[in-house]
Design a protein around this ligand. Structure first.
Ligand code: ADP
Ligand code: XUL
Length: 509
């Protein structure tokens, strides 16, 4: 019997989940909310605004303080000596800048004091720009121009140059504070930084999180020399190595053995981004299953066999921790649009569900607010249709439009999806779930676990440590709610898709 620990360093909290590989159960969970438990950092939601438009930062010392609190609590709940292996997730794209003291200091931490007290002199930049930072449009354009255009960035890295991605963020730092940049020995991602602290050595960046930097050549999964040169001087010397997610990063740092009672041979596997690990924690490790998260925005992600990119550059391609690749496609017109539809007719969610259970032949383009996939502004025609409508069946037409748009804009992956895992606040709505089953012609499951990034990390520790195949790991840890499975009804999804494509063509003509 073995226990595995998964960590999740997200925007607002650091969470942990310990799973038991015999029962497949979660045996312990905890979370430290940065805003509530570390108010001294003045970051109620885990981040602070910078002085320039679009800048958003988090303090990596806040993450370390949270780790001290979290491990202390875990120790009081369960014997950490039974944890055989650890893995973790980090919010993607966030960069941590360390000076030459880091490597030797992290290797000889004093367990009588906190991680922050140990490492406070090791940062060459006190704050980390995080994924919400949108301030690097200039740098995105400079990087794209320097390599011959955004299509080259897309072909190489799997995404256009994107403001929140690490490469443009590093370029901005190198330009605006060249001295501090020169003083930087290592640039970690949030994931590889935490992994380095847990192991006591500079660990690799995995291909999942590495692909969110605009610096990795997707096809070979190596750093891309042209992108590095376009980003910042001498960058190769500051980046950790890249490695596959099942690589062992090391064994646990003696700090955690002395202070929290871990076994000194507890293994640590290379951490990844929260989205790649969520793919695993939702049961999407293998191609054929897509995960659709219905939160404020809707997100579609799925394992891919080949490193193809979205020719339009709307979607992103990351490494899949289970091997191969994964897509990540964001749709801004998610719950915000569904709420607009609900509010227009003064409905509660039950009445909304009733309205969308009636079928209709028409569909609507769903863009009531500006959209990322495809990149279009809110559609005045759609807004007018909703305004003038007196019949609640238009709600169904918009919802079908949302998911036909998702089907259409995920076709570039070239994967046949026959199973969809739904998560997020709106996933509990059976009528929305049924529309997704019909549009994708796929079976639907919904899961009981909500912290899929921590679960995915713990599952990765279990998989790598026990060298078990992913089907076995999935069958043990992925637990669809028994009464929440759905199968597709008869629905002309190819006809509806054609209709959607024609409407879209007319809209963009
Ligand atoms: P986030 O993680 O982005 O904060 P959540 O995953 O918590 O979002 O989802 C919240 C959203 O779920 C709300 O914005 C709301 O519109 C939607 N929601 C909640 N209940 C229902 C329901 N019964 N039907 C449809 N949507 C719902
Ligand atoms: C993905 C992204 C976010 C963060 C959130 O590209 O920016 O999902 O990973 O933690």
């Amino acid at each position: 019997m073995a226990k595995y620990l998964g960590l999740d360093l997200s925007t607002q909290s650091l969470s942990a989940m310990i799973i038991d590989d015999l029962s497949g159960d979660i045996i312990c969970e905890d979370s430290v909310n940065f805003g509530q438990e570390l108010p001294g950092y003045n970051a109620p939601s885990g981040f602070v605004n910078g002085s320039n438009e679009g800048e958003i930062f988090s303090d990596p010392r806040m993450w370390l303080d949270a780790a001290n609190i979290l491990f202390e609590r875990l120790q009081s709940k369960t014997a950490l000596s039974q944890v055989a292996a650890i893995c973790g997730s980090g919010q993607q794209h966030a960069t941590v800048y360390l000076n030459s003291k880091f490597e030797s200091t992290v290797n000889s931490l004093d367990s009588r004091i906190s991680l922050t007290e140990n490492l406070t002199d090791c940062f060459s930049r006190s704050l980390s720009p995080i994924w919400m930072d949108n301030s690097t449009t200039v740098e995105c354009n400079e990087i794209a121009d320097s390599v011959g255009g955004n299509n080259t960035v897309l072909d190489k890295s799997g995404s256009f140059a994107i403001e929140r991605f690490s490469g443009p963020q590093i370029r901005k730092f190198a330009k605006t504070d060249s001295e501090a940049y020169e003083n930087t020995s290592t640039i970690h991602l949030a994931s590889s930084f935490l992994c380095s602290v847990i192991t006591g050595e500079n660990t690799s960046i995995d291909h999942g999180d590495g692909a969110g930097m605009n610096l990795m050549y997707l096809k070979t999964r190596n750093w891309d020399v042209d992108l590095l040169n376009a980003t910042a001087p001498n960058l190769i010397s500051k980046l950790p190595a890249l490695s596959s997610a099942d690589s062992k990063a090391g064994t646990i740092n003696s700090y955690f053995v002395e202070k929290f009672g871990f076994n000194s041979d507890c293994s640590v596997y290379v951490f990844s981004g929260d989205n790649p690990n969520s793919l695993i924690g939702c049961g999407g490790a293998l191609p054929g299953t897509a995960v659709i998260s219905l939160g404020t925005s809707d997100t579609f992600f799925a394992a891919m066999s080949n490193p193809v990119s979205d020719p339009n550059g709307f979607g992103h391609v990351f490494g899949n921790p289970a091997g191969g690749f994964m897509s990540l496609i964001c749709f801004r017109n998610g719950s915000l649009t569904r709420e607009k539809l609900k509010d227009k007719f003064n409905l509660d969610w039950d009445a909304f569900s009733k309205a969308i259970s009636q079928t209709t032949d028409d569909i609507q383009l769903p863009w009531l607010i500006d959209e990322l996939t495809p990149r279009v502004s809110a559609s005045q025609a759609s807004i007018d249709i909703l305004e003038k409508s007196t019949d609640g069946k238009v709600i169904r037409e918009f919802i079908e439009g949302q998911f036909l748009n998702m089907l259409y804009h995920s076709e570039w992956m070239g994967e046949k999806i026959d199973h969809v895992i739904l998560t997020g606040g709106a996933s509990q709505n059976n009528e929305i779930a049924q529309i997704i089953a019909d549009v994708f012609n796929a079976n639907i499951d919904r899961l009981e676990v909500s912290n899929s990034a921590a679960l995915g990390a713990a599952m990765r520790a279990a998989q790598a440590h026990s060298e078990t195949d992913w089907n076995t790991i999935n069958s043990k840890f992925i637990k669809p709610a028994a009464d929440k499975s759905l199968t597709p009804n008869s629905y002309d999804n190819s006809g509806k898709l054609e209709l959607f494509k024609n409407l879209f063509k007319a809209h963009t003509a």
